[in-house]
Design a protein around this ligand. Structure first.
Ligand code: NAP
Length: 250
């Protein structure tokens, strides 16, 4: 199956590192013009832009904290001015601040929700406005298996990702008649900076709980995102698909 995203404009939040980086890369390889949002990782963003430019693939970089309304406004103003449209939004930006419930500070609760859930809301609202102009669009929310399976020390993260899943379904209902499909991808334990500490501390125990007996690669998540972003997925909306080696069904 060949997926061709030529002529499409895509935005990947947190698109310079980890799953976001692979997603930016795969979308660009499929032909999309990718706007790579980053918050802190300027160097990684520039390296990715240079790597893709070397292969003749043009990208745009834009620094913004997705939890800040004024920065999201500036990001979308740039997209409107430069491209006049948006076809694909990947709400990938995310953080963890793991702590057992009784030790959890309100600030850790709030920050995780601000980035993982409020950030997705702000970007989705702005994207939907642009997508409605041409009655088409794909929104892919990177949630987590943590949205459907509890994990110790992750009450804030699980709540934010569970919220993102519910948000995905409600958006799918509201935006279906506008030609916009909204889906969620639920990664399991994927080999990125985010999961490094957990893998180091509990790697062997975790592997025993994954039927496929290995951790996932960022690109394995990105491949599903590219499919959901394409016209091959035109009749799929409101769904949550895990990329987790069977972890969530074991
Ligand atoms: P990662 O390597 O830690 O990357 C996180 C990304 O989010 C970075 O690109 C970072 O950008 C960006 N980000 C964080 N805060 C941001 C903000 N306020 N505004 C804009 N961007 C922000 O993590 P990852 O594993 O690739 O995670 C990507 C997504 O997958 C997250 O939503 C995560 O919850 C989800 N996920 C990951 C796993 C896993 O096992 N790795 C499992 C389930 C779900 P900067 O570096 O520029 O700040």
């Amino acid at each position: 199956m060949v997926i061709d995203l030529t002529g499409k404009i895509a935005l990947v939040t947190g698109g310079a590192r980890g799953i976001g980086r692979e997603t930016s890369l795969r979308l660009a390889e499929a032909g999309a013009r990718v706007v790579i949002n980053y918050q802190k990782s300027l160097e990684a963003a520039e390296a990715l832009k240079a790597e893709l430019a070397g292969r003749g693939l043009e990208t745009d970089l834009f620094q913004a904290d997705v939890s800040k309304p004024e920065e999201v406004d500036a990001l979308f103003a740039r997209i409107r001015d430069r491209h006049g449209r948006l076809d694909i939004l990947v709400n990938n930006a995310g953080i963890i601040k793991d702590t057992l419930l009784l030790n959890m500070d309100l600030s850790d609760w709030d920050r995780v929700h601000d980035v993982n859930l409020k950030g997705a809301f702000l970007c989705t609202r702005a994207a939907a406005e642009l997508m409605m102009l041409h009655h088409a669009g794909k929104i892919i929310n990177i949630a987590s298996v943590g949205a459907i399976r509890g994990g110790r020390g992750q009450t804030n993260y699980a709540s934010s990702k569970g919220g993102l899943l519910a948000f995905t379904r409600a958006c799918a209902v509201e935006l279906g008649s506008k030609g916009i499909q909204v889906n969620a991808v639920l990664p399991g334990m994927i080999q990125t900076d985010m999961s490094r500490l957990v893998r180091k501390r509990a790697g062997e125990t975790l592997l025993e709980r994954i039927p496929m007996g290995r951790f996932g690669e960022p690109t394995e998540v990105a491949h599903l995102v590219v499919f959901l972003a394409s016209d091959r997925a035109d009749y799929i909306t409101g769904q949550a698909i895990a990329v987790d080696g069977g972890f969530s069904v074991a």
